[in-house]
Ligand binder design. Structure first.
Ligand SMILES: *Cc1c(COP(=O)(O)O)cnc(C)c1O
Ligand SMILES: *[C@@H]1O[C@H](CO)[C@@H](O)[C@H](O)[C@H]1NC(C)=O
Ligand SMILES: *[C@@H]1O[C@H](CO)[C@@H](O)[C@H](O)[C@H]1NC(C)=O
Length: 419
């Protein structure tokens, strides 16, 4: 709009000189400063380390001379800078342009958007799929559309923020069950037995602990109480389970979950985008009513094409999911035999429990000095006294990378009296 208004660069300069904010700014600034200081004093201020290369197993970060081994991305399959995936994006830029300048239903749907939706549905063996700009948006869209005050949504207390926000926006009765506690889920299902619809909402894999939802028990309770299951499988799609189909496949329960949301922003190329996949009628209704879909721009063609290439790769071989599983097994068993406490199930999210928040920070800094990039997590992201370093394994890591990291953990662990 500004470019339209200021016809000449000269005008623009004057325009910017005039825009110094309204008179109320000093008061607003005071209000904001209070909050900013609170965050700093609580020790929860987030800084962003700047990467100056592609996302990969070996990266360079600003301020360090040597490349570092990266163990903190969601790049589980190592596809974020895969040559074929990048080429698909480049070709799509030439053929389909940089973007659509429209939402889907006005003039923002290309053939590649429809093809990708079909491919994702095939991958999950579902009837249809709807793409979103992100999984956060996908999660914001579904509950509001599907559920009315006559219905109930019953969710795990530790679900991802996007699920919690999505649920907040809907008018259904909201019940929360204790984290992975099936007795409590049963109690809540009982409480909701007179509602029209019951929807159980869970993460497939919980990202802070690397543990998996007890899906078999959830499916059985859903059958018993005639409830639907919604699962957010962002930390599983593409690599978890024998052929990377996710948490359902990990448990041998393909087809039991009614609605699956996932992201293209983690294992599946890592660019952006999310989706919901399930029954045709559900997807039809989301296309008509879901606000993040209706009122946000279409996914850029380059992203659609790179994600599409990722699914082609995954549907033709399991080598990458095999490799990340092998790497995970190696890391977990080596670390355990050194005496570290590794949380979670058999998942590439491998949280190394340290307990003390300060210790986790110092530990991570010392690891970086040894060329290993890992992140310490502490309260409020995880409970007090449960600080940890969350290591994330990728198919891009070699066996040698894994062993280097294990050795660095051993040296730092000994120097800090952890093991
Ligand atoms: C990462 C993540 C999201 C958000 O996905 P985006 O596509 O980045 O918005 C949602 N849910 C879970 C469980 C996640 O881990
Ligand atoms: C999953 O995505 C749908 C839309 O795609 C969204 O409406 C819904 O809220 C999401 N569900 C959860 C539990 O995140
Ligand atoms: C993973 O390990 C299995 C069993 O050791 C082996 O047969 C397989 O080749 C490995 N896969 C990859 C991709 O390294």
């Amino acid at each position: 709009m500004i470019t339209l208004l200021g016809k000449h660069g000269k005008h623009l300069t004057t325009l910017f000189q005039q825009i110094r904010g309204s008179k109320s700014w000093p008061v607003t600034k005071e209000v904001l400063d209070v909050q900013l200081n609170e965050i700093r004093e609580a020790g929860t201020w987030k800084t962003e380390r700047v990467i100056v290369t592609k996302q990969d197993a070996l990266i360079r970060v600003e301020g360090s001379k040597e490349p570092v081994l990266n163990f903190c991305a969601n790049n589980y399959l190592g596809l974020s800078s895969n040559a074929e995936v990048v080429k698909a994006a480049k070709d799509a830029l030439d053929k389909y342009g940089a973007g659509l300048s429209s939402v889907r239903f006005i003039c923002g749907t290309q053939d590649i958007h429809k093809q990708l939706e079909k491919k994702i549905a095939q991958f999950h063996e579902r009837e249809d799929t709807i793409l979103y700009a992100s999984c956060f948006d996908a999660n914001a869209g579904i509950f509001e559309v599907l559920l009315t005050p006559e219905d109930a949504v019953i969710s795990d207390e530790l679900n991802h923020a996007s699920i919690i926000d999505g649920i907040r926006m809907c008018k259904a009765k909201r019940l929360r069950y204790k984290h992975r506690d099936m007795n409590d889920l049963k109690v809540k299902l009982q409480e909701a037995k007179d509602c029209r619809l019951r929807l159980i909402a869970t993460d497939g894999v919980f990202s802070m602990d690397g543990n998996v939802a007890p899906l078999k028990e959830i499916c059985d309770l859903a059958d018993e109480y005639n409830a639907m299951i919604f699962m957010d499988d962002c930390h599983a799609t593409g690599f978890f389970g024998k052929t990377g189909r996710g948490t359902e496949e990990y448990f041998g329960l393909q087809g039991r979950v009614d609605i699956i949301n996932s992201t293209l922003g983690k294992a599946l190329g890592g660019a952006a985008g999310g989706y919901t996949t399930g029954k045709k009628e559900l997807i039809d209704l989301l296309r008509q009513r879901s606000r993040p879909y209706l009122f946000s721009n279409s996914l850029p063609p380059a992203i659609v094409a790179s994600a599409s290439k990722v699914f082609d790769i995954l549907m033709h071989n399991n080598q990458l999911s095999d490799k990340v599983a092998n790497n995970t097994k190696l890391f977990r068993s080596e670390m355990k035999s050194l005496g570290f406490d590794i949380l979670g199930d058999n998942h590439p999210i491998c949280p190394v429990l340290l307990g003390d928040a300060k210790l986790a920070t110092v530990f991570a800094d010392k690891m970086l000095e040894k060329g290993i990039y890992v992140i310490g997590f502490s309260y409020p992201v995880v409970p007090k006294g449960r600080a940890r370093i969350r290591v994330q394994i990728s198919a891009a890591h070699s066996k040698d990378d894994i062993m280097k990291t294990v050795n660095a953990f051993k040296e730092v662990g000994k120097s800090l009296n952890v093991i």
